[in-house]
Design a protein around this ligand. Structure first.
Ligand code: GLY
Length: 350
C-alpha cells in the first residue's frame, strides 16, 4: 500500500467509518452492549481540570485524542504544576526539558517528543509527529526544529519560582564548590518537597463507541542529567492504547517503568480479563519482582520509589494503582469529575 493511501485509510478508521460492515441488527445490539453508555476520562491526581475539559469535548463530539490533549494542555500551561510543561522543574543546568507521547486507539497510531526545550505544549508537538511524519519519536534539537517548522512559539519555560528552587539545589549540592548556600527560606522547603520528583500527567479516555486514546506529558525527573529521557515519551512504557482492549499510562519513577514496559503490560493484563485496577496492581507487582539492585530497595527488600498506573478499558471500566499507598487519581464519567483514592500494592512502613 502506498503511504498516502495508508494515511487515507487511517483517516477513515479514525472517523469510525470502517467498523464491521454488514453485521446484522442483533450483532449490532450485542456490540452496543459492550460499549460504554457514557464516556470515561481518567488521569493522574493533578488532572481534575484536564478530565473535565476532555469530558466536555468528548460530549461535544471531539475525538478522544483531541480531548485528552486539550485536557493536559491546561496542566502544561499551569506554572503551579512543577512537574509538567511551563513551570516544570529544570535539569541540572537549569533548563526545562519536556517529554510527551500520544496514542490514538482507532488508528493505532502514536507520536512522541523527548528532551524538547522552549515549547510549552509538547503533547501538541507529539500529535503532529504522529500526524505529519512517518516517525513515532523525535528528540532534542530535532524536536525543537520540528515544532518551529509547525509554527510553535519558543519561550522560556523556567519561572521565577522554579529558577529559585533550582538555584537552592545548585547552591546546596556540594560543600566544596564555589556556590555558597543562601539563607533558609520558602524555597528551601520547596526544594525538600521536589528534590527527586518525577511528577507527570497521564490522561486516557474512552467514548461511547469504545474508541480510546491517551497522552502523557512531563518535565521529567527534577534536576536530571541533561538529555535524560523518562518513560513518558516511550510508547509501551509511559503510555499504551489498544483500541480492542483499553488504554493505560503512568507517573512516577520512569526508569522502573522503562525496564518493564509497564503501560503495555497493563493493557495486556486487561486483555487477559483482569479489571483495570487489578491490571495496574499486577503491574506494580511486576516492578517489585524485577527490582533487584540494592540501591533501589528498602530494608524490607521492596522498591524505595513509587510508580502509579491509570487504566480504562473498552467497556469504560477504570482503575488506578500505585506501588505504595497514598494519593489519588481523577476520573470523569456519568457521575461527574472527581478524585478517587488510588489502590496500592504495599502499605507504607510505619
Ligand atoms: N514518569 C516521568 C519520568 O520519569 O520522567
Amino acid at each position: 500500500m502506498k503511504r498516502r493511501d495508508f494515511i487515507k485509510k487511517s483517516a477513515l478508521a479514525g472517523a469510525g467509518l470502517s467498523i464491521l460492515p454488514g453485521i446484522d441488527g442483533l450483532q449490532q445490539e450485542a456490540l452496543a452492549a459492550t460499549r460504554p453508555k457514557h464516556p470515561v476520562v481518567i488521569s493522574s491526581g493533578n488532572g481534575l481540570e484536564a478530565v473535565k475539559k476532555a469530558m466536555s469535548m468528548i460530549k461535544g463530539g471531539s475525538d478522544t485524542l483531541d480531548a485528552v490533549i486539550a485536557g493536559v494542555n491546561i496542566v502544561e500551561d499551569d506554572p503551579d504544576d512543577l512537574t509538567v510543561g511551563y513551570g516544570g522543574l529544570p535539569n541540572e543546568d537549569g533548563v526545562v526539558e519536556l517529554d510527551s507521547s500520544v496514542m490514538h486507539g482507532p488508528t493505532h497510531n502514536a507520536g512522541a517528543v523527548a528532551s524538547i526545550r522552549n515549547i510549552k505544549n509538547p503533547s501538541k508537538v507529539a500529535k503532529l509527529v504522529m500526524e505529519r511524519t512517518d516517525h513515532v519519536l523525535i528528540v532534542g534539537e530535532g524536536a525543537l526544529r520540528f515544532a518551529r517548522a509547525h509554527g510553535f512559539k519558543e519561550e522560556d519555560l523556567l519561572t521565577d519560582k522554579t529558577r529559585k528552587i533550582w538555584l537552592k539545589w545548585k547552591e546546596n549540592l556540594n560543600s566544596k564548590d564555589d556556590w555558597l548556600p543562601g539563607p533558609e527560606d520558602e524555597y528551601s522547603q520547596l526544594l525538600e518537597q521536589y528534590r527527586e520528583v518525577y511528577g507527570t500527567i497521564n490522561c486516557c479516555a474512552v467514548d461511547t463507541n469504545g474508541d480510546l486514546s491517551g497522552v502523557t506529558t512531563t518535565s521529567g525527573l527534577s534536576f536530571k542529567i541533561p538529555g535524560r529521557v523518562g518513560d513518558s515519551p516511550i510508547i509501551g512504557a509511559g503510555l499504551f492504547v489498544d483500541n480492542e482492549v483499553g488504554a493505560a499510562g503512568s507517573t512516577g519513577r520512569g526508569e522502573a517503568n522503562l525496564k518493564n514496559l509497564c503501560s503495555f503490560l497493563v493493557v495486556e493484563f486487561m486483555r487477559m480479563g483482569k479489571s483495570p485496577e487489578e491490571a495496574c496492581i499486577q503491574t506494580c507487582q511486576r516492578i517489585a519482582d524485577n527490582t533487584k539492585m540494592a540501591m533501589l530497595l528498602d530494608d524490607n527488600g521492596r522498591p524505595n520509589f513509587n510508580v502509579k498506573f491509570y487504566a480504562v478499558n473498552k467497556k469504560g471500566q477504570f482503575g488506578a494503582a500505585a506501588i505504595y499507598e497514598g494519593g489519588n487519581f481523577c476520573v470523569a464519567d456519568a457521575k461527574g469529575a472527581r478524585h478517587e483514592d488510588i489502590a496500592y500494592l504495599f502499605k507504607r512502613k510505619k
